[in-house]
Design a protein around this ligand. Sequence first.
Ligand code: ADP
Ligand code: TYD
Length: 208
Amino acid sequence: MQPGLFVSFEGIDGSGKSTQARALADHLRGRGHDVVLTREPGGSDGAEAIRRLLVEGDPDRWSPETEILLFNAARRDHVEKTIQPALARGAIVITDRFADSTRVYQGVARASLRPLVDQLHDLVIGLEPDLSFVIDMAADVALARGLARDSGEDRFEELGLGFQQALRAGFLDLARAAPERFCVIDGARASEVVARDVAARIEARLHG
Ligand code: ADP
Ligand code: TYD
């Protein structure tokens, strides 16, 4: 058992995860909590180096199997160097994406690879968030928001609207299958409204 609290934000590209993860970190720090805000792929020096291999370049740069291995390599480093130490000292860890992204992105792109995703997770990660927010919204609106950022990290966004729609359905399926861990949030509202909704759910979890 971990003394801290492990929270993830999940959802399709451009849905507002980073915005909401930051807002929740600010909210909780304002209330005196020790908060570590982090992200995937990345969140530790080694994982950030692997991130560049994953988010830049041609959509078909890696085979699906290689891609799954790279995400797990990055995640293992992130867990060892950043997440576990923070949870062990009792911090609240907020991560912008975690293993559900691999289940959905790599599982949806190649559904036959979901067993490999699950086996690798059990073998080398074996950690789940205590609470996962799915920021849910229509894929076309999220895609326009994401591409408007012009971040140079659009390898997955470039797979198109149909892919983002399938991802949205994938996140909602995961949430339905594990309602005790997931909280689906309507991300189509103004960001302050979404943030208030998220903060209320966290407060209920911390004090409820
Ligand atoms: P994600 O991390 O899910 O890709 P971001 O938080 O980076 O999403 O948001 C994507 C873009 O949409 C950013 O330019 C951000 O400022 C904007 N954005 C985030 N939340 C909202 C919102 N609720 N309404 C309108 N625009 C938003
Ligand atoms: P991220 O920086 O969160 O992208 P965005 O801000 O656009 O949501 O993640 C980079 C990309 O990596 C994103 O398109 C989703 C993808 N990804 C996977 O395919 N599998 C994974 O396990 C993770 C963590 C991310």
